[in-house]
Design a protein around this ligand. Structure first.
Ligand code: PLP
Length: 396
């Protein structure tokens, strides 16, 4: 049987996060759920706002089923795109309109489509900065691109501009950034964004073509301590935003998000049409219709993301008190913790032996760290702290 060997490799690859999660479930059956400390998955733990289900129910009850469950425009129906534009404009002082938006199944397809739209053989390098979401490499290669990774800016987890500058060349097509970040919880400061925009402008001029900034922002609204996230299209014209409702609205299984191509972008109408074309070529058209109707009415509403702050404070405070070195998360719901030995995989195994289920930073391009997803039950964090202490003491 002929099959695409790259696709086979992807389908057959081990997913360490899922494996650890499945292990946790089977282990819980043996020792009891309360004795497992599962920090593996970035699955939101806070209920979506009540208005979400109420709106969905209202739509199902009162709107014609044949339309609710019917095909929509390929890029998504106008009311949802218009509502999203209005909400962003109200929050960020932007001037978007419905024709800037292509609705998608979450950020994953938004990223795949965006890369498919802009990568060309003569200019195909896509840069990301470690630690990074590993699917960026998959989506880039699928679109015919070459994936380039910049080492992490330890310990601040901003951007090492010198290393970034050195990686940019005449074939650089795009840079993907993700702030607030999965897996380290860092948020790029306005100062970093300003420097980044200046560098990209300078390099675009030097090489005679626009370098696109792709802002992957599924955690945009999950930030702490009153921090304000700079909206990137206001700093750099050639920005494409990939957004998802998975995290801040707590609906990852519903698969909903968008690609935003702002008017400020060079050749924006052609870029938008290429996004529509990439959506068509990948078969990612007509994002779920019920969700489109729902989002048209609830966009801008959030799950109670303050719950994650309580978890962050407890876990970060608890682990640093014990002696662990952690990156203080300013957003998202992940804590990056320095491993207590050079071999990160061995450290994860030591954690696992104590039923602390964690993920190695290696898969995110950052060995030497582990990721703890703290979108979990608050009490589980409390119960886990003495176990982390035991782990720490075992290295003394
Ligand atoms: N980008 C980042 C950084 C993520 O963490 C995730 C999911 O965890 C995604 C993209 C994909 O999000 P979605 O579920 O909306 O496809």
């Amino acid at each position: 049987m002929y099959i695409d060997s790259r696709m086979f490799r992807l389908g057959n690859a081990r997913n360490v996060i899922r494996e650890m999660y499945e292990y946790g479930k089977s282990r819980a059956a043996v020792v009891g759920r309360e004795n497992i400390y599962d920090f593996t998955l970035g699955n939101p733990a806070v209920e979506p706002p009540e208005s979400l289900n109420a709106t969905m129910m209202d739509i199902l009850k009162n709107e014609p089923s044949i339309q609710v469950h019917g095909y929509t425009s390929a890029q998504g129906d106008a009311p949802a795109r218009e509502a999203i534009a209005n909400d962003l404009n109200a929050r960020y002082g932007t001037h978007f309109h419905k024709d800037n938006f292509y609705l998608t199944c979450g950020a994953a397809s938004a990223l795949a489509i965006s890369l498919g739209a802009i990568i060309v053989p003569e200019c195909n390098e896509v840069i990301a900065i470690a630690p990074y979401f590993p699917e960026y490499g998959v989506f880039t290669e699928n679109a015919g691109g070459k994936f380039v990774l910049i080492p992490p800016d330890v310990p601040n987890f901003q951007i090492d501009m010198k290393k970034l500058e050195a990686a940019i060349n005449e074939k650089t097509r795009a840079l993907i950034v993700n702030s607030p970040n999965n897996p380290c919880g860092a948020v790029y400061s306005e100062e970093t964004i300003i420097k980044l925009a200046a560098l990209l402008k300078r390099k675009s001029e030097e090489f005679g073509h626009a370098i696109v900034l792709i802002s992957d922002e599924p955690y945009r609204e999950i930030v702490y301590d009153g921090l304000k996230i700079p909206f990137l299209t206001k700093y750099y014209d050639n920005t494409i935003v990939c957004y998802s409702y998975s995290k801040a609205l707590s609906i990852p299984g519903e698969r909903f998000g968008y690609v935003l191509v702002p008017d400020e972008m060079e050749d924006s109408v052609r870029v938008y049409l290429a996004v529509c074309g990439a959506g068509r070529s990948y078969g990612y058209i007509c994002a779920p219709s019920l969700l489109q109707r729902t989002i048209a009415r609830v966009t801008g509403q959030l799950a109670d993301v303050n719950e994650y702050k309580k978890n962050r404070d407890l876990l970060y405070g608890g682990l640093t008190d014990i002696g662990f070195e952690c990156v203080k998360p300013q957003g998202a719901f992940y804590l990056f913790v320095k491993a207590l030995e050079d071999d990160t995989a061995a450290f994860c195994e030591r954690c696992k032996a104590l039923d602390l289920l964690v993920v190695s930073g290696a898969g995110f391009g950052c060995p030497g760290y582990i990721r703890l997803a703290y979108c979990v039950d608050h009490d589980m964090i409390k119960r886990s702290l003495p176990v982390f202490k035991k782990l720490y003491d075992s290295y003394k």
